[in-house]
Design a protein around this ligand. Structure first.
Ligand SMILES: NC(=O)c1ccc[n+]([C@@H]2O[C@H](COP(=O)([O-])OP(=O)(O)OC[C@H]3O[C@@H](n4cnc5c(N)ncnc54)[C@H](OP(=O)(O)O)[C@@H]3O)[C@@H](O)[C@H]2O)c1
Length: 237
């Protein structure tokens, strides 16, 4: 890609891996986060760091200016209300990011959203934390309705690959019915592959690790999934 790719949450566990993978591909990468110290500690010098907070729309203007794509891997707070609630980051932050991209001058930017499995299951215990699942689903729906090219990735429980005894293969699933762990490394790879594979556009899917060989052909993996209905909100399953 000739322009920059922004990784919002790029100092976090998944975001750092995405950033390194993109830099290895020769991309210009802008990492957006709230801590310059964290950036200094975690990021390679080739990554450009921008102070930004998804809850503050003005802070996103300059980092997203001219970006052709965004990977959004922000971890929410868990307060019921207020600035550290899932509402503020998982919905408000996504909407602020979409607004900033719409103001961009390089045409429609691609949006890769890291969400989570169980997002359509309101009665899941995770929803007790500031209605985290409801607000994640609202953020997903905003992306799906945005008109921008997008991919929504719903990982299961994140873990390091070395802690997954039988990991290697990656299962991409839809319907939000199952459970499972997935390696951070595989989620990061899915984010990167989604940027390059046309068949990933307009997809929402869950990810789970399993025994077997790592995927060789992501384009084919994505192509085996069902595209989202245009502009249709997903609802509680
Ligand atoms: N843990 C799991 O098992 C699990 C399962 C499924 C999905 N997920 C989701 O996967 C995503 C990535 O997870 P992770 O483990 O990589 O998260 P992480 O290591 O906690 O990183 C989160 C990133 O979000 C940034 N961030 C938080 N609030 C922000 C704000 N208001 N504005 C800008 N940046 C902000 C953080 O940077 P600063 O704090 O420096 O701003 C950090 O870079 C998250 O959405 C997570 O909820 C997690």
């Amino acid at each position: 890609m000739n322009t920059s790719i922004a990784v919002i949450g790029g100092t976090g566990r998944v975001g750092r891996l995405v950033t390194r993978k993109l830099l290895d591909r020769g991309e210009s990468v802008r990492v957006v986060g709230r801590s310059a110290r964290r950036a200094e500690y975690h990021l390679p010098p080739r990554a450009q760091f921008f102070l930004g907070d998804v809850r503050e729309p003005e802070s996103l203007r300059s980092p997203l200016q001219g970006c052709s794509a965004v990977v959004y891997t922000v971890e929410p707070g868990t307060d019921t209300t207020g600035p550290d609630s899932p509402r503020s980051t998982l919905h408000g932050g996504v909407v602020n990011t979409l607004d900033a991209l719409r103001r961009g001058e390089f045409g429609p930017a691609q949006f890769i959203l890291v969400s989570q499995r169980h997002v359509t299951r309101r009665d899941h215990p995770m929803n007790a934390y500031g209605r985290m699942l409801d607000w994640r689903l609202a953020g997903e729906n905003a992306v799906r309705a945005s008109g921008l090219p997008y991919t929504v990735i719903r990982p299961g429980w994140l873990t390091d690959r070395t802690e997954l005894a039988d990991s290697g293969q990656v299962h991409l699933e839809q319907g939000d019915r199952r459970d499972g762990y997935v390696a951070l490394q595989d989620v990061a790879e899915a984010c990167v592959q989604a940027l390059y594979c046309p068949s990933a556009q307009g997809l929402t899917f869950e990810m789970r690790g399993g025994a077997g060989s790592p995927p060789g052909d992501w384009e084919q993996l994505f192509a085996g999934l069902r595209a989202d209905e245009p502009f249709a909100e997903q609802v509680v399953a």
